[in-house]
Design a protein around this ligand. Structure first.
Ligand code: C2E
Ligand code: CA
Ligand code: CA
Length: 416
């Protein structure tokens, strides 16, 4: 294992490299919790196996320009040579924490790694590798103290969370946006639905990917106001289509965390009444992995919504780790086949068989099959042959600002 003294010169080289167009760099200390116990109980080989798997997760979570160093028995140092600002550095930390959501090791001795990340940025917190490393360590300790998965170094020890504050304010001030992406029915050939996707551009004009800020929100209490915002914004635009005589169904992504909210289903039905969008025109999308968190609770809330006519889609189908067993109990009306399968089905015959099998499972269980991530005509034609019901993807239509989507559709003479 490398030692700090070996790593620091290499980190310094990266920090000193001149990158004229970007101002900031960041040093992250990532430490896996519970490693000491794991090693003492199961041996050092087990520890090395974990570290190897963890390194793999880190490399997947970061960009190719970033570097990971092993910095001891339970820690890593990650250097980001160009970040736009502190928020950007914290997003990298969010992404890293998210990369450890699934168990690191499976099999006989499964192990679920939980990383805690400390972040220091260059030049704000220093320019020498040694100082940034120490400050990232201090931030790590602060994160542990306050029970958060990551923290930014705070010179004055007042823990203000920039990303948290910024996102909370922007949700409250209604500064997020909704994009609509169309879905086409393969039998009628018509656009029948839109999926609503949230968009966030910070006041510093950084476009934050939903994969990042949604994950961040899910880790804090912000997911509840964010979902409330997204529901209302999506229904408002859908209502404009209904009023304009060109109605479309609207699919809304829900995080499972909101199911724990008292009276969530009622609030959602209430919102539909307020906006005048019938529940039968609404689909909620829930990810398969999400279902595993609290199956009973999710089933209860979703049954309630189903009883009012809301449809339920299992999103990213095929990527979760659940067995088929949960499908028996789950009140879903459609399976949304993950785009990693759809994307590969034309070039890989085994994947094609899998997609066909997923379409068949959906139909046999009385559900519709939806394919997402359709990027070319060949894939589309294959899906028609497979008897898939609905398609979505860049080949059908890109996500676009909901305002523009609505006004374009209403301006067209025949609701296209
Ligand atoms: P998702 O639900 O799987 O949404 C589809 C994602 O695939 C969108 O990314 C969309 O832009 C992208 N996409 C659409 N067609 C294609 C294609 O042909 N090829 C490829 N490669 N990608 C395509 P986006 O907008 O970045 O959203 C990412 C994820 O963030 C969503 O994945 C969803 O899980 C989550 N999300 C977005 N908005 C919300 C929201 O308001 N609430 C919640 N809870 N989650 C949201
Ligand atoms: Ca979705
Ligand atoms: Ca999806």
């Amino acid at each position: 294992m490398s030692e700090r003294a070996d790593i620091l010169p290499a980190v310094q080289v990266i920090l000193d490299r001149v990158v004229p167009e970007t101002g900031w760099r960041a040093v992250l200390v990532v430490r896996l919790q519970g490693m000491r116990e794991a090693q003492l109980r199961f041996g050092y080989d087990f520890g090395s196996e974990i570290m190897l798997a963890a390194r793999g997760r880190l490399v997947e979570a970061i960009r190719h320009v970033d570097t990971v160093f092993v910095a001891g028995d339970d820690s890593f140092v990650v250097v980001l040579p160009s970040v736009r600002n502190r928020t950007h550095a914290l997003l990298a930390a969010t992404r890293i924490v998210g990369a450890f959501d699934t168990p690191l090791l499976r099999g006989e001795r499964p192990w679920h790694g939980r990383p805690v990340v400390g972040v220091a940025v260059h030049p704000e917190h220093g320019t020498s590798a040694e100082l940034l490393y120490r400050r990232a360590e201090l931030a790590h300790d602060e994160a542990l103290r306050i029970g958060e998965p990551f923290a930014l170094y705070q010179p004055d020890a007042t823990p203000v969370e920039i990303l948290y504050g910024e996102l909370r304010e922007d949700i409250e001030a209604n500064r997020l946006h909704v994009a609509f992406q169309p879905l086409r029915d393969l039998r009628s050939g018509e656009m029948v639905r839109v999926e609503s996707l949230s968009r966030w551009t910070t006041t510093a004009q950084v476009h934050v990917a939903p994969a990042d800020f949604i994950q961040f929100a899910e880790r804090s209490d912000l997911i509840v106001p964010l979902t409330r915002w997204s529901l209302n914004a999506s229904l408002r635009h859908a209502a404009a289509l209904h009023r304009g005589g060109c109605p479309l169904d609207v699919a809304i992504n829900l995080s499972p965390r909101v199911f724990a909210e008292q009276g969530f289903a009622e609030q959602m039905i209430g919102a539909m009444e307020i906006w005048g969008v019938p529940p039968t025109a609404v689909i909620v999308e829930i990810t398969e992995t999400a279902l595993l968190t609290d199956l009973d609770m999710s089933v209860r809330v979703l049954r309630n919504l189903r009883d009012r006519g809301v449809r339920v889609a299992i999103d990213d189908f095929g990527t979760g780790y659940a067995s088929f067993a949960y499908l028996r109990h789950f009140p879903a009306t459609e399976l949304k086949i993950d785009r990693t399968f759809v994307d590969a089905m034309i070039t890989d015959s085994r994947t094609e068989l899998l997609v066909q099998a997923m379409v068949d499972v959906a139909h046999r269980m009385g559900m519709e099959a939806v394919a997402e991530g359709v990027e070319n005509e060949a894939t589309l034609l294959r899906l028609v042959e497979m008897d898939c019901d609905l398609v979505q993807g860049y080949h059908i239509g890109q996500p676009m600002p909901a305002e523009d989507f609505v006004s374009e559709r209403l301006a067209a003479a025949s609701c296209v």
